[in-house]
Write a protein that binds this ligand. Structure first.
Ligand SMILES: Cc1cc2nc3c(=O)[nH]c(=O)nc-3n(C[C@H](O)[C@H](O)[C@H](O)COP(=O)(O)OP(=O)(O)OC[C@H]3O[C@@H](n4cnc5c(N)ncnc54)[C@H](O)[C@@H]3O)c2cc1C
Length: 463
């Protein structure tokens, strides 16, 4: 170790970075983690997964009370929104969880170096007035909001996801630019609390990357809830006057422009890797055309001793993918064999109902060969029906010859929880028959996965 400060220095304390740091320390390596934010936990804990789920969870209760769901179960209530308290419980969740990472750092003897890291050499970074030298450096700097050219985010009228989590009052008319996961989740929060929400999406369907049938059905369900969609439509300009915005939109294929008025515009067209200010060139590193740091199967960059994980490298920008890469990279640095199976990374949209999938879409699976598909509607699942949650379905896609499960997709109130068993089955190389003959507790939503698996070979019981 001689003149190294650390065996492992992690840059960034998001779910990739903090997990890598903790695992490296657990493996006996002297570990530091540089974070420029005031609190640990990265995008996920501070302005991403956690605060958005806090608002989704609370607004779901409000919606159930306001829109007749509770009345259906014999509970008559007229809800009154206390937005300050709702925001308060969001902030509290963030505070507790970011504080929890600080506790785990102390417990595992990970040193938190506060400040912004920039490379000065392949094994050295500068943080404020401190030069830190490490045998291994893990870049886990994450991602930030992709700006829309010509549209200025003022966090008042035109907001990004961080601003949309903190709106001080419910907008009357909100326009969401981008029908991806973040836009649909945050659009749902404010629609539930009373805003009229229009989602403008350039593509001809929401949720790019998801299974085609799931995309279509999700659109139908969300529309029924009151979200308005303008698909195949591009935003060509946003002008703000006072506390109102006017958006100019036109058909993606060209055609007559129209305007939409809004008091809040959410720009959610995607996220870009964070490498600005890292001085990668000083370490002999660069980025690919998408701004990402390229890595090999073991998370090594092209420079020995520098590794990269999470949103800053290619692959889905998801917290659990970053976490698994964090564990694997630390194990690889320690000389173990850390592996992440990138074919089995679940994706979840936390709308109501939730939308989840793992593995291949039906379209992608069909491109690879012959498949068999089994479907089961949530309407026929006893628990979903009893709970007044009839929307959605489960779809199991299996290889026609081997029956091996290639993909599973669910729309269900608890799809995010249900998809875990599909991921585990796929990780173990399960066939649809394996899932179909696994005993599932009754009455649970998960029985729909069993029945969809039974439907692959044509024998579900309840339809
Ligand atoms: C609104 C929203 C909701 C989301 N919901 C979900 C969800 O439900 N589920 C899910 O899986 N994913 C979700 N995501 C995505 C998820 O947050 C990211 O995939 C995840 O945080 C990526 O982790 P990471 O460790 O790669 O980077 P990040 O979490 O982005 O953390 C990187 C950290 O590095 C720090 N940093 C950057 N550069 C430097 C530097 N040079 N020096 C020091 N520090 C630096 C940053 O300050 C940041 O704290 C959501 C994202 C958003 C915005």
């Amino acid at each position: 170790m001689a003149d190294y400060d650390f065996d492992v220095l992690v840059i960034g304390s998001g779910p990739g970075g903090y997990v890598a740091a903790i695992r490296a320390a657990q493996l006996g390596l002297k570990t530091g983690c540089v974070e420029s934010r005031e609190t640990l936990g990265g995008t996920c804990l501070n302005v991403g997964c956690i605060p958005s789920k806090a608002m989704l969870h609370a607004s779901e209760f409000y919606d159930h009370a306001a829109n007749g769901m509770m009345a259906k179960m014999g509970i008559k209530v007229t809800p009154e929104l206390d937005l300050d308290t709702m925001h308060g419980q969001r902030k509290d969740a963030v505070k507790q969880l970011t504080g929890g990472i600080e506790f785990l750092f102390k417990k595992n003897k990970v040193e938190w170096i506060k400040g912004h890291a920039a490379f000065t050499a392949a094994d050295t970074v500068q943080v404020g007035d401190r030069s830190v030298r490490a045998k291994n450096i893990v870049i886990a700097t994450g991602s930030s909001v992709t700006p829309l050219p010509g549209v200025e985010i003022d966090q008042k009228v035109v907001v990004d996801s961080t601003g949309a989590l903190e709106l001080p009052k419910v907008p009357e008319q909100m326009v969401v630019i981008g029908g991806g996961v973040i836009g649909l989740e945050l659009g749902s929060v404010w629609r539930r609390l009373g805003a009229k929400v229009t989602v403008v999406e350039f593509l001809d369907q929401i949720l790019p990357g998801f299974d085609g049938e799931v995309r279509k059905e999700s659109n139908k369900i969300l529309k029924k809830q009151g979200l308005e969609f303008k698909l195949s439509t591009k935003v060509t300009g946003v002008t703000v006057k006072g506390d109102k915005a006017t958006l100019t939109v036109e058909p993606a294929a060209g055609g007559a422009a129209e305007t939409i008025e809004a008091d809040t515009v959410l720009v959610s067209i995607g996220r870009k890797p964070n490498t600005d200010g890292l001085a990668l060139d000083k370490a002999g590193l660069g980025t690919n055309q998408r701004g990402q740091i390229e890595i090999d199967h073991d998370f090594r960059t092209s420079v020995p001793g520098i590794w990269a994980i999470g949103d800053v490298v290619p692959g889905p920008m998801l917290a659990h993918k970053a976490e698994d890469e964090g564990i694997a990279v630390a194990e690889n640095i320690a000389g173990q064999h850390g592996i992440v199976n990138h074919d089995v990374i679940p994706s979840v949209v936390y709308t109501w109902p939730e939308i989840a999938g793992v593995g291949l879409t039906e379209e992608a699976a069909k491109e690879r060969g012959e498949v068999k598909v089994g479907k089961f509607p949530m309407l026929a699942n006893s628990r979903a029906k009893t709970n007044h949650e009839p929307d959605g379905f489960v779809k199991v896609i299996a290889d026609a010859k081997t029956d091996r499960v290639l993909g599973v997709w669910c729309i269900a109130s608890v799809a995010g929880t249900m998809i875990a068993q599909a991921a585990q089955a796929m990780e173990f190389g399960a066939t649809s028959e394996d899932i179909a003959y696994t005993c599932h507790a009754h009455p649970t939503h998960s029985e729909a996965i069993k029945e969809a698996a039974m439907a692959v070979t044509g024998k579900p019981i309840h339809v």
